[in-house]
Design a protein around this ligand. Structure first.
Ligand SMILES: Cc1cc2nc3c(=O)[nH]c(=O)nc-3n(C[C@H](O)[C@H](O)[C@H](O)COP(=O)(O)O)c2cc1C
Length: 362
């Protein structure tokens, strides 16, 4: 999951779609969370998934910013605060590239070093991000080894210090935290109180413990508990629930049943960049899915080919090519593609007329 050591260089920060130069935004800053309509729908941070090309595709096909469109806010993949403050930082800057169309956009950082968190927040604010989120839920060994991510659940005093340092590092953008409901067992009251007492602008509650990884169903009753706790400790903090949401309808239901201000969606976005468009009532058919997949792959190559291997796209191919007769056969061929040119050729050769009969499930 962690890929913070990729080669390549590139300017970061807000840019117009056609220009690759880094350019801090001139838009007014402040707590953007206060201006979002509820329920709020968010794109989850997912390393090697919700990168700039994918966010651009989501913004386009979910009609972001338009009536009935969404999402309301997007996260970047996480970035190491220590790495961002090191001499090797250029290798990571691709994570912090974004276009105006992806706003509001939150950069997610991880570290167990308060000084690095502060410095990273200064850098990120100067790049024009709308907010900064601190990862306190990642179970990856390389992150936890540093005491960061989910490791912070075990060191609440350090977690408090990290939040304070992040706040000290920004002038005018909000700080949020994304975490789990506990380490080995649910400890909502003990753990989430720590974060809420620090007065963060938003708190995303991934409704699983660290021990559960993603292997068990999310327990949304704990999101409801988090909302109750928020009401007592920090009424202005926005609460987003997260875990296993597969449709916009389900996201609305989860927000309603828990009282959460919004819902963050992760894996439900694989192969469904139209997820947040309330006008899409039927799953697009094979032809449209393949067209979007190709567009996504071309965008990936254009923006990230110096920074990430083309193989990163393959999890997207698997998700786009799903749900019709003949999909499996095509998926196998797509796994051998090394470029968008290869991909185009394979898709062209695949006869939609003969093999694609859309079914709900393969
Ligand atoms: C491939 C992948 C990468 C992820 N990377 C991150 C990350 O960088 N930061 C983070 O806070 N969570 C990360 N997560 C966790 C998701 O943000 C989310 O909390 C989790 O997938 C549960 O939500 P879902 O059931 O809607 O997918 C990742 C999850 C996946 C599947």
């Amino acid at each position: 999951m962690v890929s913070q050591n990729k080669k390549g260089k590139g300017g970061a920060g807000a840019r117009e779609e056609k220009s690759a130069s880094a350019r801090p935004s001139s838009r007014p800053r402040g707590n953007f969370w206060l201006h979002l309509k509820k329920p709020i729908f968010a794109v989850a941070p997912m390393s090697d998934v919700t990168d700039e090309p994918f966010r651009m595709i989501i913004a386009k096909y979910s009609r972001m910013g338009k009536a009935g469109g969404g999402p309301d806010v997007m996260w970047t993949e996480f970035i190491s605060a220590d790495g961002l403050c090191s001499i090797g930082k250029e290798r990571l800057m691709h994570i912090l590239k974004f276009t105006e169309k992806e706003r509001p956009i939150v950069a997610q950082i991880f570290s167990a070093n308060p000084a690095k968190i502060k410095e990273a927040c200064e850098i990120i604010e100067s790049l024009g991000f709308d907010g900064i989120d601190i990862n306190m839920g990642c179970p990856d060994k390389s992150v936890e080894k540093q005491g960061a991510g989910a490791g912070l659940i075990k060191t609440p005093a350090l977690a408090r210090e990290i939040i304070r340092s992040a706040k000290a590092g920004v002038k005018n953008i909000p700080i949020s935290v994304k975490t789990r409901i506990g380490y080995n067992k649910p400890e909502v009251e003990e753990w989430l109180s720590v974060i809420l007492e620090e007065g963060v602008s938003a708190l995303t509650v991934h409704a699983r413990t660290r021990k559960e990884l993603s292997d068990f169903p999310a327990q949304w009753s704990f999101v409801k508990k988090a909302v109750e706790l928020r009401d007592k400790i920090s009424p202005d903090t926005i609460i987003l629930g997260n875990g296993d949401v597969k449709s916009l309808k389900e996201a609305n239901e989860r927000a309603k049943e828990t009282g959460a201000d919004g819902v963050m969606i992760g894996r439900g976005l694989f192969g469904t960049p139209w997820f947040f468009d309330s006008k899409v009532t039927e799953e697009p058919g094979p032809e449209k899915r393949l067209k979007i997949m190709l567009e996504h792959a071309k965008l990936f190559e254009k923006i990230l080919s110096k920074d990430k291997p083309f193989d990163v796209m393959k999890k997207h191919f698997k998700a786009y090519v799903n749900g019709w007769e003949g999909a499996r056969e095509l998926r196998i061929k797509l796994m051998e593609c090394d470029s968008s040119k290869d991909l185009e050729k394979v898709v062209e050769d695949y006869s939609l007329k003969d093999t694609c009969i859309l079914k709900t499930k393969e």
